[in-house]
Write a protein that binds this ligand. Structure first.
Ligand code: GRF
Length: 230
């Protein structure tokens, strides 16, 4: 036994966040606290399934009704929703309470909730005229996009942004934020307290994050790492 947490990544789409998690854990090597044990999608044709197969990771196709059994059969410790569009049954959010997280491409609680996913989120941000958006990693409970927030990172909205250009800028941050949150959760550097609040880690990005320009990936990664220092 490696002592590492067994992670299930649930993804309906292309799976670029899944890929970021896989790559980050691989880069950590022996220092990683988690392994992606299975990737679950609602359909075999999901890009995430192909990425999992490419990485030699087990895959499963599950309807919401069979999700709990699928995860239990793999002895899953942590569940990561990475662009998962299907309904997650309460049986799953309760059984993995404090051990199930989601990435959302905006600063929750704004621009979240039922029906706000994918490009719709970025369109809503632009329609509202918001100057700042971002990425949020949060614990999942029975309500869409409402669980306690683990980490957020702001992303500026640029004049002339389209939903596509904004999505790309936010996605770059997602790819750095989500894998680090997964590893921190697996290490116990962040946890959900019995009072329903997040312990450890940091919920607010440092002041440098509020610059009008996002720094290069290495600087951004180092600043996000600092959020999860034990
Ligand atoms: C991401 O923007 C994620 O925040 C949202 O869906 C998108 C998934 O993208 N929930 P990908 O499948 O990881 O490329």
């Amino acid at each position: 036994m490696s002592g590492r947490k067994r992670v299930a990544v649930l993804a309906s789409g292309g799976g670029s966040n899944l890929q970021a998690v896989i790559d980050h854990l691989a880069a950590l090597g022996d220092r990683r606290a988690a392994d992606v044990a299975v990737v679950v999608a609602g359909r075999e044709s999901a890009g995430a399934i192909a990425r999992a197969k490419g990485a030699g990771i087990a895959t499963a196709v599950a309807a919401p009704g069979s999700l709990e059994a699928t995860l239990a059969a793999q002895s899953i410790d942590l569940v990561v929703l990475a662009g998962y569009l299907s309904f997650v049954p309460v049986a799953v959010t309760e059984r993995w309470a404090g051990r199930i997280i989601n990435i959302h491409p905006a600063l929750l609680p704004s621009f979240g909730g039922h029906g706000l996913y994918g490009q719709r989120v970025h369109r809503a941000v632009l329609e509202a005229g918001a100057r700042v958006t971002g990425a949020t990693v949060h614990f999942v409970d029975a309500e869409y996009d409402r669980g306690p927030i683990i980490a957020q990172w702001p992303v500026p909205v640029a004049a002339g942004d389209t939903p596509e250009s904004l999505a790309a800028r936010v996605l770059r941050v997602e790819h750095l934020l989500l894998p680090r949150a997964v590893d921190a959760l697996a290490r116990g550097a962040v946890a959900l307290g019995t009072d329903g609040r997040v312990c450890g880690g940091a919920v607010i990005a440092p002041a440098s994050a509020f610059s009008l320009q996002l720094p290069d990936d290495a600087t951004l990664a180092a600043e996000i790492d600092a959020l999860f220092r034990p």
